[in-house]
Ligand binder design. Sequence first.
Ligand SMILES: *[C@@H]1O[C@H](CO)[C@@H](O)[C@H](O)[C@H]1NC(C)=O
Length: 292
Amino acid sequence: MKFICVTLLIISGIADSRADNFDVVGPAVPLMAVSGEDVILPCSVKPSISAVNMRVEWSRLDQRGSVVHLYEDHEDRNTDQLPSYRGRTRLFKDELENGNTSLKLSRVQTSDEGIYKCFVQSESWYDDTTAAVRVEAVGSAPVITVDGFDGSGGLHLQCESKGWNPEPDLVWLDSEGVTLTSESTDTHRDDTDGFSVKHAITVYNSDTKYHCRVKLRHHMLETEIIISSKMFNSRKTLMILNSVAVVLSVIAGILIAVFFHKKIGNIFIIRSCASLRLLLQNTQMWLDRSKS
Ligand SMILES: *[C@@H]1O[C@H](CO)[C@@H](O)[C@H](O)[C@H]1NC(C)=O
């Protein structure tokens, strides 16, 4: 009798834990989030049993499992949460009883891009799933800097745009919309601010419009600059003035050289005269002495 009871208990125990089994399911495809907007990271328990009494932990799999949001003992416990998520995460408390453990992430940042783990644990069972999140960020309007003339009279132009994710395409175009080849390109990625791109070109034509265009999928930002002929003219005037200055200084140099040369010559003549006089004096003295 005792044996039968124990067996029954064991069997019912197994049946019980079987009944407690569940799967945790998440999104099948990576989630696209837009910087500054809110996103829901789907996660739910299947079959739909209540998760109210369970532990729900959202973490970053690509950041050594750092905690994004923790629900345990019927409340949120976010003391060990990653600081960048502070005040931006929440579970749908009314949905927990339906087994819905989705996470709402508010005011998405570029640094939110990564792999998330949704871990759900009951007293007798646990399972987890992962969700990849990509963040799309539209950066700032491109800024054009006029960087001065080079030795050959070309004008350096630089275009920079910041805060994109993923990396955007930057192109320089002339007034006809023809793509110009950039001489130098510089891209760098900041964990919080996303991608910055910078391209430089040298132009030789005045009275022309140049466009700098930054594109990411269906987002496009553009800035244009008009190079007036005055700029190149003032450059020419400057170059002419420069040449005149060079010619003048060469002439001045020659004059100074001639002047000094003459002066040196004079000194030499004076010295020579002095020596001659000394010689004459000495000769005179010698003559006088020999006379007396
Ligand atoms: C979970 O709840 C959220 C918020 O109400 C909802 O948007 C989402 O569709 C729910 N997920 C499932 C699987 O029911």
